[in-house]
Design a binder for this molecule. Structure first.
Ligand SMILES: CC(=O)[C@@H](O)[C@H](O)COP(=O)(O)O
Length: 269
């Protein structure tokens, strides 16, 4: 089977689904539903996260939005955005499963309103309960190694540490923490979720060996969301190719790239 995309990027698996793009994209904050559609198409993403608390496909108000999402043919990743404890998140996830017909859930349990930092205690509690209930849980976590490990311990096959707070656009705040999480959880699918502001931030995440990136604000709030979505597509492919190619080791000293030994050719007889 040829598992390469036209750009040379290998396909990968999320759960049992074969996916071409390593970009997962949000569906909020766009200037209009049509710009959202164009941006998602330009991004090449095949996984779109939707908030059940903000956009109910059963409501008349959400009908146009939902029709666009369905027409894209992407995998839907419902999220529990806005939930502030395990009980709310579990109930929201169960509603999402019925409405969207998927066992995938992006689990958000917010612990602090200012930073939108996840509540680590209720996050692990909710993740465990949802996994026992048959969900594929995509937990939004901070860049804390022990929290990510606990999520794996309770059965998460995917963990999504933040780069920086949601909507901040600051990129990877703590590269050391992120490198540690990648090294210590080599068998876990790790997706950087939140805080990505520029295509170079996303490329950096992929170069570090993260399996994918989930973002929303950087595209939706760009001056030209469609062009920015396209920029992220190329950046993510570049970052992944760079990771697969294996970067040269860094050195603290210079090493001439042009050898200067021997006689210049114009002095040779
Ligand atoms: C849409 C969504 O799920 C966000 O909550 C997600 O965490 C992305 O964050 P950014 O908007 O910072 O990319």
């Amino acid at each position: 089977m040829n598992n390469h995309t036209p750009t040379g990027i290998k396909t990968w698996l999320i759960d049992d689904k074969e996916i071409n793009s390593r970009l997962l994209i949000g569906s909020a904050l766009y200037p209009s539903p049509d710009i959202m559609r164009q941006a998602i198409e330009a991004s090449g993403s095949q996984v779109v996260t939707v908030s059940i608390r903000r956009q109910n496909p059963g409501d008349q108000s959400g009908q146009a939005f939902w029709q666009i999402i369905q027409s894209l043919g992407c995998h839907i990743l419902p999220n529990t955005a806005g939930c502030r404890n395990a009980k709310e998140a579990i109930t929201t996830a169960q509603m999402a499963r019925e409405i969207f017909g998927t066992n995938w859930i992006k689990l958000e349990v917010i612990g602090d309103d200012y930073t939108l930092q996840p509540d680590p205690f209720d996050l692990v509690k909710a993740a465990q309960a949802l996994i026992e209930d048959g969900f594929e849980v995509f937990p939004y976590a901070s860049d804390d190694l022990v929290l990510c490990q606990r999520l794996v311990d309770v059965g998460c096959r995917i963990v999504m540490p933040w780069a920086s707070p949601i909507g901040s656009g600051k990129g990877i705040m703590n590269p050391y923490n992120m490198e540690l999480i990648r090294q210590r959880l080599p068998d876990t699918t790790l997706i950087v979720d939140a805080g990505i502001g520029k295509p170079s931030h996303a490329a950096q995440a992929l170069e570090m060996g993260f399996d994918g990136v989930l973002l929303n604000s950087a595209v939706a709030l760009a001056n030209d969301p469609v062009k920015m979505a396209s920029a992220f597509k190329y950046a993510i492919d570049a970052g992944r190719l760079g990771y697969e190619a294996g970067a040269m080791p860094q050195r603290n000293f210079a090493s001439a790239s042009t050898p200067t030994l021997g006689t210049p050719f114009w002095h040779q007889d």
